[in-house]
Design a protein around this ligand. Structure first.
Ligand code: NDP
Length: 246
């Protein structure tokens, strides 16, 4: 029996990158998995097909994390359609990097709506639906710990906010054995941050291991946190960053 047999999960932003890898890994561990996406319907359906190829149930919901109704509604839909909810992975996120002076109000509102408000609202909805012993796992960023150069004000602000939220969730939900943890990836090879992109070399050099990580390397930590063996880990930040913060 796999470690997540009988569990159900919602992974936000599961159509590509880390979210897709996390959704597939949770299914491989035995969970039925719903994902959200906002633009990439075809990619989302490919992830669903891969989930179903493991023998688990999968489905995709179009839900914009920046929309308050969608953020909470995706949780309700996943819990209703899967029968119950055990695991919420708050993965959907966007990055707007650039000089402080160039940030528009629309940039600020959009990034905070997706990366912070959407996570808070999804977690609030999940708190009402998660079974006892459930999991809230949120994907933050190494930039909440170390901002390696100019241009990170908005993104780092959004990811640092998750540190407080995560601790508060752990305190609020611990009585029901629900754990809340924040995973802080370093540079991970995805569409958002390709390992052959213009800033890749500098990012690799900032890690102790001298390379980008893969989405699968993040997914394995998330799968561990989702499982029974991580039952006593809560309210903490875990880096999977190749030593970026070392
Ligand atoms: P990608 O850009 O590769 O994928 C983002 C995923 O999130 C896609 O599935 C996308 O859906 C979805 N998404 C984007 N905006 C929304 C939204 N408003 N509502 C719902 N879904 C949305 O990103 P990564 O996989 O690289 O990033 C995943 C998480 O990890 C993010 O929170 C990011 O901030 C964080 N992170 C990334 C790092 C990296 O180096 N890559 C480093 C540290 C943290 P669609 O396909 O429909 O657009």
């Amino acid at each position: 029996m796999s470690s997540l047999t009988g569990r159900t999960a919602l992974v936000t932003g599961g159509s590509r990158g880390m979210g897709a890898a996390i959704a597939l890994r949770l299914a491989q561990e035995g969970a039925d998995v719903a994902i959200t996406y906002v633009h990439s319907e075809a990619a989302a359906q490919e992830v669903v097909a891969k989930i179903e190829a493991t023998g688990r149930r999968g489905f995709a919901v179009r839900a914009d994390a920046a929309d308050a109704g969608d953020a909470a509604g995706a949780v309700e839909r996943a819990a209703d359609d899967l029968g119950h909810l055990d695991i919420l992975v708050n993965n959907a996120g966007i990055g707007v990097l650039g000089p402080l002076a160039d940030l528009s109000l629309a940039d600020v509102d959009r990034v905070l709506a997706v990366n912070v408000r959407g996570v808070l609202l999804a977690s609030q909805a999940a708190a009402g639906r998660l079974r006892d012993g459930g999991r809230i796992i949120t994907i933050g960023s190494c930039m909440a710990q170390r901002v390696p150069g100019p241009g990170g004000a908005l993104y780092a602000t959004s990811k640092a906010a998750l540190i407080g939220l995560n601790k508060a969730l752990a305190r609020e939900l611990g009585g029901r054995r629900i754990t809340a943890n924040l995973v802080q990836p370093g540079p991970i090879d995805t569409d958002m941050n390709p390992a052959d992109g213009p800033y890749a070399e500098g990012q690799s050099a900032m890690t102790a291991l001298g390379r980008f990580g893969s989405a699968d390397e993040v997914a394995s930590l998330v799968a561990y946190l989702a499982g029974d063996e991580a039952a006593y880990i809560t309210g903490t930040e875990l880096s999977v960053d190749g030593g970026h913060a070392a």
